[in-house]
Design a protein around this ligand. Structure first.
Ligand code: SF4
Length: 334
């Protein structure tokens, strides 16, 4: 058995609630990922984002060709220097590890980022995952994918890495737990798919970080708070929360120019994230509350700065102003 992860990890396939409790005892009002990691281990980690050339079943004709209404028709909307298919996987991983070692970071996750990174044959996926884990000081994987693209055979391979001591995260595009909105967004998966993935991952010690969008078309406040509650009840491990960003060359852009979709203003978004956190379990680790990797040249709306630390500070201030904190309006189920 490979002991890499066992030496460095203490969470063993789940979030350590005692550590999260310490975050609040220390006076913080959000279970921030950075605070959690700092308390859990005495070394710094970095996610090496890689582009392994995956397409998406919602675009390549497997389930549809339209894609989600907020997803650009062409190309990839991210801007991470070495996360680029023009470099080999080896170059992408080695360059980023080297850059970050110089900053004092000693352990790494390989983050399969653009596209649907479980959309491929089992042997191809296994080869990629084995390769990523073969680099020195890589202690785990983070795999970006969709809820309808994680069959049990794929999860079984990932479970095998967990058993070897690696830390395996699924970065799961959820967006909302309301099927009518998923339908409008042309996501081509349902909330039941999310439930299944969360249940199967929990059984296998695979951690799940869900991606949620606030301010989706036709969603009211009550619906968004319900999403917070349902995901908390399902014991999701972590979340990245984003505002809906209108990017050029998307169906959402057309709705925006026709006046059929209006972005939230900054204050509305900050209040919504604050409300959402209050309705979420205090044990869900918050990885992000904004989306700041969208290049300005392709961003149509909103106009306000998406800088995530700035938004995080504003949300934290708003929680303090309310004398509240994450989980304040959620009844924990043990
Ligand atoms: S699932 Fe992701 S990659 Fe696929 S169309 Fe939707 S946003 Fe784009």
């Amino acid at each position: 058995m490979n002991l890499v992860g066992q030496i460095y990890r203490t969470n063993n396939g789940s979030i350590d609630k005692n550590i999260v409790d310490k975050i609040y005892t220390d006076g913080f009002n959000i279970a921030q990922y950075g605070l959690y990691m700092k308390r859990e281990r005495d070394y710094k980690t970095f996610k090496v984002a890689v582009d392994a050339g995956f397409s998406c079943p919602n675009k390549d004709g497997t389930t549809d060709t339209r894609g989600c209404i907020f997803c650009p028709k062409m190309g990839r909307s991210i801007s991470v220097e070495y996360c680029n298919i023009k470099y080999s996987l080896k170059e992408q991983i080695e360059c980023q590890i080297q850059q970050n070692r110089e900053k004092g970071i000693s352990k790494f996750y390989v983050y399969f980022y653009p596209g649907t990174n479980t959309h491929g044959p089992l042997n191809h996926l296994k080869k990629l995952w084995d390769y990523a884990l073969s680099f020195e000081d890589v202690i785990g994987l983070s795999i970006g994918t969709r809820p309808d693209c994680l069959e049990n055979e794929k999860l079984d391979i990932l479970e095998h890495y967990v058993k070897q001591g690696y830390e395996i995260w699924i970065d799961l595009g959820i967006q909302t737990m309301h099927d009518e909105t998923l339908d409008f967004l042309n996501r081509k998966h349902t909330s039941k798919d999310v439930e299944r993935v969360l249940t199967e991952c929990k059984k296998r010690g695979i951690l799940v970080c869900g991606h949620i969008i606030l301010g989706l078309p036709n969603e009211n406040w009550k619906m968004m708070m319900k999403t917070a509650k349902v995901l908390s009840d399902l014991k999701i491990d972590a979340l990245k929360i984003y505002p809906l960003v209108v990017i050029e060359n998307t169906e959402l852009e057309l709705l925006y120019w026709k006046g059929e979709y209006k972005s939230l203003d900054e204050k509305q978004y900050i209040y919504l994230v604050t409300d959402f956190l209050e309705h979420l379990s205090k044990y869900v680790i918050i990885q992000r509350v904004s989306k700041d990797k969208v290049p300005n040249e392709i961003k149509i709306s909103p106009e306000w700065s998406l800088k995530r630390l700035r938004i995080l500070n504003e949300v934290s201030k708003e929680l303090s102003r309310r004398n509240s904190k994450q989980g304040f309006k959620y009844i924990e189920k043990f």
